[in-house]
Design a protein around this ligand. Structure first.
Ligand code: SF4
Length: 493
């Protein structure tokens, strides 16, 4: 079935003709059938969601995705192929329209020229080489920290070599999302979305591929079958390491020669995962479960948190704030900071030593609140790096009288509410830690020898203390909930 929402009406409609279709095809068919044009959105699942791949995603508006935490599998389990929302005729109230127009112009100018300048010019892929040089680019399933070909996968290379076309989220002037046509190499002529940084990591360095055109093809294919590319990338990278070390044979893989950088084999494996065919059925369980079921040494090579999620496409052994955040957050990805890189935007001093356990724990605890506030507004964090202006915009829309502190307080309420919810639904705080490989000391590259494992438990304790949570159990303390106006939750988890 699919859900069609239009002008206050919600209808469940037959979607049998869409069964097995990819996300892009589903969108195209429904747009035509409903005569939507661009006046609405179609978000749907591909075969991966239908087959309950645990990391299936939802995609719409030409490749914009809801990827993390397996939301596509949730839709699949409800036999819901897509949600279509037609743009309605009703407007919505804005308190001070003139102020909103002025402030959004200022906010955009600030984002374009300062806070999101690199994203505006080169996309998120514009940070690929910086990641390689800084020691947070994930390479061959974390088996090395060296990737000499990084410049060819940087957004700057792609945007100066491939043919580009804007494909922004609706009405976004920052328009960092693009479509591209590959102009060189074996995939010359292929048209797809420009991969984001995480797509370049997953389909480039994680699997040992240095051809940018191939990343465009794999990125498109993975979106079409409908899977979170981060977890899909870790899963393929882990399977490649298993193949290299003889844990999986060509026979186990249905004849695939899954050596590092074999793009054709990676594509075929993605197809098997999406359809749960052959070894794809094991891998569709996600990298944590697949590695645990495989057992032996291979269980140590998978990259995940013990709560069950796979991280974003970084090597967090070079970005400790983000590893701590990924393991302790309520959403199983970044919650407190974007890698601890912008504390000055909240008026804190910049990070002095990003490998100091004290400082890492403290910056995450101090910063947590802003990003959840932005997320619950339903806007994109790239578009509003200037926090003061963002709060002024919210006030102009709503007529509220918020300041930055008040906005962060709202975000802290979200963080604590989510934590209580997760504890009530079975979160075991002992699992808020990285897998062995995720936190193994790098053997080479820019952060060679930086060992996070000996410090991790200490960082978690300090972080919890600073958040007003019990350092052992991770439970928010009664006084913390009271101070956030959430006292009604004290007895409820
Ligand atoms: S809304 Fe955000 S993600 Fe979408 S195009 Fe604009 S900057 Fe990019």
């Amino acid at each position: 079935m699919y859900l069609f929402i239009h002008d206050g009406t919600a209808e469940i409609r037959d979607a049998r003709h869409l069964q097995g279709k990819g996300t892009f095809e589903t969108e195209e068919i429904l747009r035509k059938e409903l005569n939507l044009g661009f006046r609405g959105s179609v978000y749907g699942i591909g075969p991966a969601g239908e087959n309950l791949v645990r990391f299936a995603m939802i995609s719409g508006d030409g490749g914009h995705v809801v990827a993390h935490n397996g939301m596509g599998a949730v839709m699949g389990s409800k036999k819901l192929k897509a949600i279509v929302v037609a743009r309605g005729k009703a407007g919505f109230a804005v308190k001070d329209k003139a102020a909103v127009e002025r402030l959004t112009r200022e906010l955009h100018e600030d984002a374009k020229t300062k806070g999101s300048k690199r994203i505006y010019e080169w996309g998120t892929g514009g940070g690929f080489s910086a990641a390689a040089l800084g020691g947070w680019l994930p390479i061959k399933n974390y088996t090395t920290g060296i990737f000499p070909e990084h410049e060819k996968l940087d957004g700057q290379y792609i945007r100066t070599h491939f043919k580009m076309k804007d494909n922004p989220c609706w009405a976004c002037q920052l328009r960092h999302c693009k479509l591209c046509e590959v102009t060189e190499g074996p995939y010359k002529g292929f048209k797809g979305e420009e991969p984001e940084y995480e797509g370049l990591a997953a389909w480039g360095s994680v699997i040992g591929n240095a051809d940018p055109g191939a990343t465009v093809m794999l990125n498109w294919f993975n979106d079409q079958v409908g899977m979170d590319l981060n977890e899909a990338g870790w899963t393929v990278g882990w399977a490649m390491e298993c193949y290299e070390k003889g844990v999986f044979t060509q026979k186990d893989l249905g004849g695939l020669d899954l050596k590092w950088g074999n793009v054709g084999a990676a594509k075929e494996l993605l197809k098997q995962i999406a359809h749960r065919q052959g070894i794809g059925s094991l891998l569709a369980e996600g990298v944590k479960r697949a590695s645990e079921k495989t057992g032996g040494e291979a269980a140590k090579w998978a990259i995940y948190t013990h709560t069950g999620a796979a991280p974003r496409g970084h090597d967090h052994r070079g970005r400790w704030c983000e590893m701590l955040d990924t393991c302790t957050s309520g959403n199983s990805t970044i919650e407190a900071t974007r890698g601890g890189v912008f504390p000055e935007r909240s008026g804190y001093p910049p990070v002095f030593d990003k490998f100091s356990p004290w400082e890492v724990a403290a910056i995450n605890a101090k910063e947590n609140g802003w990003l959840p506030f932005v997320d619950c507004l339903g806007i994109c964090a790239f578009t509003c790096p200037n926090r003061e202006l963002t709060v002024q915009c919210v006030n102009a829309v709503t007529g509220w009288d918020l300041d930055l502190k008040g906005a962060t307080h709202i975000g802290r309420r979200v963080v604590n509410l989510l934590r209580v919810f997760n504890l009530r639904h079975g979160l075991d705080p002992k699992n808020e830690r990285p897998s062995f490989r995720y936190s193994e000391t790098p053997k080479d590259g820019p952060v060679k020898g930086r060992a996070i494992q000996p410090h991790f438990d200490f960082m978690v304790r300090i972080y919890r203390e600073l958040m007003g949570w019990d350092p052992e159990t991770g439970r928010p303390l009664p006084q913390t909930l009271k101070s956030l106006g959430l006292e009604e939750l004290i007895e409820k988890f």
